[in-house]
Design a protein around this ligand. Structure first.
Ligand SMILES: [Zn+2]
Length: 391
């Protein structure tokens, strides 16, 4: 093979800065753009490397997760974890197959507009799903707004789900897909939701950031999840704040904002809920946590035809992060109100929280597109039981 490999990120979600290539080592780093401080999202493609072994050396902070990079040999359609065997000193080595065309590498397993489109296609024509637009983003993209379940106005309760306030946190999106799959699916949980509950879903709050491949976390001048105070500076958060109280009509009972935590470390490799200073709300998060644990261990009192199909990612309430612990302090929210704090003050709401779903390993089990979706299905079952028992 002649010439250096071609390394680029010219596709949705792409993010890499190529510094130089020396023989078979590429020196690269994540593009932080308007991030305050450091973060760790990256996603790039490699061509012209068939049959070669190349080392990818990151030159900044340690941006490789606990299961190594995620790799795709089909243009980003499917992903596997490469594992840690070839990871060393903030770099990894990869041997490209003799027939390799484009191979992609990422911090984790990307979820972009194309993935959502593919999912929604399965339900085209469904009377239980309406695709709308929350608003146009700053860059002119349409930020999706989905309504699903009992959408004819006659629902008993309403549920709000949001994702990608921090655009790099893609593994949360796979779990969100699992929740939506349950609401629209054939099993009895889906039937129940479609009789009683209307869901409002904003799958990409930071729509531009997700497609552009930004970090999003600690974005300057303002993080999307600190934009719920004063006048919102982003069209999507502003539109959401305006829409939700009206849409709720007093029936919103449950609001969940879906995130991924830090790349690694104690507390960041476990699924957990994050509390606010609102103690009444925290009590409900604790109750929901008990229900989710019960659903996963099969102890739920509500029988399900899907018994035995619980996801492999196990939630333990003991891993929750109440307000006042670790990073979750008033100081962390001094730059503006979060979605959680805002939603927790909406009238009649029973539950407002964010869930943190690790990028790679949760309780020692691999987080993948499939296992995260299975966690989403467990979350949906728990939401049903919570609404039935507590609201
Ligand atoms: Zn986040």
């Amino acid at each position: 093979m002649n010439g250096p490999p071609i390394i680029d990120c010219d596709f949705p979600g792409g993010n890499i800065l190529l510094e130089r290539i020396e023989s078979d080592t590429a020196y690269i780093r994540q593009d932080l753009r308007d991030t305050e401080g450091d973060w760790f999202y990256w996603y790039f493609g490699v061509r012209g490397a068939a049959g070669r072994q190349i080392r990818f050396q990151f030159t900044g902070s340690n941006v490789i997760g606990v299961l190594g990079p995620a790799v795709s040999t089909d243009g980003g359609a499917t992903w596997t974890w490469l594992g840690c065997e070839t990871v060393e000193n903030n770099g990894f080595t990869y041997t490209f197959a003799a027939e390799a065309e484009e191979t992609r590498f990422c911090l984790a397993m990307p979820y972009l507009e194309a993935n959502l489109r593919q999912f929604l296609e399965r339900y085209r024509g469904s009377p239980y799903l309406v695709e709308g637009v929350l608003c146009r983003s700053r860059k002119g993209r349409e930020a999706e707004l989905l309504r699903l379940g009992r959408i004819d106005g006659a629902c008993d309760t309403r549920v709000l789900l949001t994702c990608r306030h921090h655009c790099c946190e893609m593994m949360a999106s796979w779990a969100l897909e699992g929740i939506m799959e349950t609401v629209l699916g054939a099993a009895d949980d889906g039937e129940w939701f479609r009789r009683h509950v209307e869901f409002l879903v904003v799958p990409f709050v930071d729509k531009d950031g997700a497609e552009d491949g930004d970090q999003g976390k600690n974005r300057q001048p303002r993080d999307h999840n600190r934009d719920y105070e004063g006048r919102s500076i982003y069209p999507k958060t502003g539109a959401l704040r305006e829409l939700v109280p009206e849409w709720s009509a007093g029936r919103l009972r449950f609001a969940l904002d879906m995130h991924c935590p830090y790349i690694r470390g104690e507390g960041h490799e476990e699924i957990h809920f994050v509390g606010t200073a609102n103690q009444e709300n925290w009590r409900r998060v604790v109750r929901f946590s008990e229900i989710l644990e019960a659903v996963q261990t099969g102890l739920s009192r509500v029988k399900s035809r899907e018994a035995g199909s619980r996801g492999p990612l196990v939630f333990k309430a003991e891993n929750n992060l109440p307000f006042g612990q670790s990073w979750n302090t008033a100081e962390s929210f001094s730059k503006g109100k979060s979605f959680n704090e805002w939603a927790g003050q909406l009238s009649g709401l029973g539950f407002a929280s964010s869930i943190e779903i690790p990028y790679a390993s949760a309780g020692g089990r691999a987080v993948t597109a499939e296992t995260a979706k299975a966690l989403g299905r467990d979350l949906a079952r728990a939401i049903r039981r919570f609404l039935q028992q507590e609201c």
